[in-house]
Design a protein. Structure first.
Lengths: 428, 153
């Protein structure tokens, strides 16, 4: 029935063979927080350390050469995964840092401009003034909200947001009123980590383009799960993390339009990101090195490149179709349980596989605890999207997220587990 | 099964029928504590007992999981109209019990000894402690406030 050979895929993930809590089979439904890693990714990282390990982009010995080539080949492969040019991809610690990098480029351009300090050509686009506006949505992960709040607090810019409809979608009617000629940045998520909603990128970016704003896309929950090419969408920056797409922790990505990256002042400064240095001042390297101060995470880049290979061998269309099938099944299974309410769209149109829900009279923590006792690992809490919880008047939610190693039996286990929680707490 | 060890009947009873829930009108101190990883919240007020101002009346409003709710109900039973010294002893013992460095002492914690099963789940320990940390914060504020008021006289 499924498009993927899940049984074969599961064999590639050593952790899926372990048991949890009283010898229960592990049913991992928390890939939205972080995915598990296949052997090929683990092997790639180990192989780098065993055979090529050296600090990249410094030194001229053979290992330094090999490590640098491996690192830059990884960059090319990962960039190619989203149809991008190699040098338009910057490695960061994670997606949060990628968004902070953009926010701090605005801040640093603004501060340097006020003091008349040297700035790259074109940096004026990154200078914010009192009353300039930054637009996000009400469904953002904290990582695409708090950095903009901070930027506003430091620059006098004003944060505005696009609201949500009762059925868990962006309220596109807000676009006309929220985005104004003062809007300098529109930053929004491609797919909500809590609601599962997939947003209409073209529609939001068109509204942003109409006023000349810079468009930032948080693709943490989309790039791991669906085909995405920078040639198909009209945005300026895309941020995402490696660990949610089978890659290792400690590496994230920022893709940016070449001319914008070139006109941005650096965020973190130090070694590697310079062109010339004297005791008085420094000039900076071209992107992407300008934004990669210090010895970078070369082993993690190589491992993330292996993750890209793994996903491409499956095919992102197949990944998306597989998850769509699981999403449909999950919505159907949960909707059939009395006392369970899905937070987010209950139709499967423009919807990813994050399914959050509340169970009447049982706090999500307690739902999660019962599921955990059955080996089912879900996320509980506010999912780093507290405003979304407030919008739908729930203190927290339980969330199941799916990936290539999940199948319909996991959906059934989830539904059965929820019923057990209801029985345990006597709520149904 | 571990699950039943944490969710003992006595815990579920406090959760379903909490004691003392609801905020008093007059108070000397009010605190709002949250558990930022999961959204558990409590607003806790301390009112100094007019009959003995070293004794502290407790009222609270909260939302959250069964453990955090039950723990607040138990706190009310144990610490309402008690002194700071009695309360601090209980808080310290609860922390030590949840860190598994002290055996449960019913004389100090009453029904709170039933929270011992939470120690098996490190992620839930802060749920069990939320109300007690809020109480300690509010109690110290409530006693401090009196001192400063007297100082102004």
């Amino acid at each position: 029935m499924s498009l993927l050979d899940v049984a074969a895929i599961r064999q590639d993930f050593p952790i899926l063979g372990r048991t949890v809590r009283d010898a229960k089979k592990l049913i991992y439904l928390d890939s939205g927080a972080t995915s598990q890693k296949p052997n090929s990714v683990l092997d790639a990282e180990r192989d780098f350390y065993e055979t090529h390990n050296a600090a990249v982009h410094r030194g001229a010995h053979q290992l330094a050469e090999e490590a640098t080539i491996a690192f830059e080949n990884a960059r090319a492969n990962i960039a190619g995964f989203i149809g991008a040019q190699t040098n338009d991809l910057v490695f960061t610690k994670n997606a949060t840092e990628a968004i902070n990098l953009i926010a701090h480029s605005f801040l640093n351009a603004t501060l340097k401009s006020l003091r008349g300090a040297p700035l790259p050509v074109g940096a004026q686009r990154f200078v914010l003034g009192e009353g300039d506006e930054i637009v996000v949505t009400e469904m953002e992960h904290h990582s695409n909200l708090v950095p903009w709040q901070e930027l506003c607090a430091k620059t006098g810019a004003v944060l505005k947001w696009i609201g949500l409809t009762d059925d868990g979608r962006l309220n596109y009617a807000d676009l006309d009123t929220v985005i104004t000629p003062r809007t300098k940045i529109v930053s929004f998520t491609h797919q909500s980590n809590l609601l599962g909603t997939i947003n209409d990128v073209a529609r939001v970016s068109a509204a942003a383009r109409a006023v000349g704003a810079i468009v930032v896309l948080d693709a943490c929950q989309s790039i791991p799960h669906m085909p995405l090419s920078v040639t198909d969408i009209d945005v300026d920056f895309i941020a995402w993390s490696g660990h949610k797409m089978l890659g290792p922790m400690g590496i994230g990505c920022l893709w940016g339009r070449k001319e914008l990256l070139a006109s941005m002042p650096p965020f973190i400064s130090g070694g590697s990101m310079i062109e010339t240095v004297t005791m008085e001042a420094s000039t900076f390297a071209a992107p992407p090195q300008r934004f990669e101060a210090g010895v970078p995470m070369a082993a993690q880049a190589v491992a993330l490149s292996a993750a890209v290979d793994y996903l491409q061998a499956i095919g992102m269309e197949n990944v998306a179709a597989h998850e769509h099938e699981l999403t449909q099944a999950t919505i159907a299974a949960l909707s059939a349980i009395e006392g369970v309410r899905i937070i987010g769209p209950t139709d499967d149109r423009d919807r990813g596989s994050a399914v959050s829900f509340v169970v009447d009279d049982i706090h999500p923590h307690d739902v999660g605890q019962v599921l955990d006792s059955l080996g089912i690992e879900v996320r509980v809490g506010h999912h780093c999207a507290w405003p979304v919880c407030r919008r739908y008047d729930v203190p927290a939610a339980t969330r199941a997220t799916f990936y290539i190693y999940n199948d319909l039996s996991d959906v059934q286990a989830l539904a059965d587990g929820i019923k057990q929680a209801q029985a345990f707490f006597g709520s149904n | 099964m571990q699950l039943e060890q944490m969710y003992q009947e006595i815990i579920l009873d406090h959760y379903k029928r909490p004691h003392g829930k609801g905020l008093a009108e007059g108070f000397n101190a009010e605190v709002h504590h949250v558990n930022p990883t999961c959204g558990d919240e409590i607003t806790l007020r301390i009112t100094r007992d007019p009959a003995d101002d070293q004794k502290l009346l407790v009222s609270y409003q909260n939302q959250g999981c069964s453990i955090s709710q039950a723990s607040a109900s138990i706190l009310f039973d144990q610490l309402n109209d008690q002194t700071l010294a009695v309360g601090e002893l209980a808080v310290d013992h609860l922390v030590a019990m949840l860190q598994r460095v002290e055996e449960p002492n019913e004389d100090v914690l009453g029904d709170g000894i039933a929270l011992v099963g939470v120690a098996q789940y490190p992620a839930r320990v802060k749920c069990a402690l939320l109300a007690w940390m809020a109480w300690k914060d509010a109690a110290i504020q409530a006693l401090g406030q009196e001192v400063s008021t007297e100082g102004e006289k």
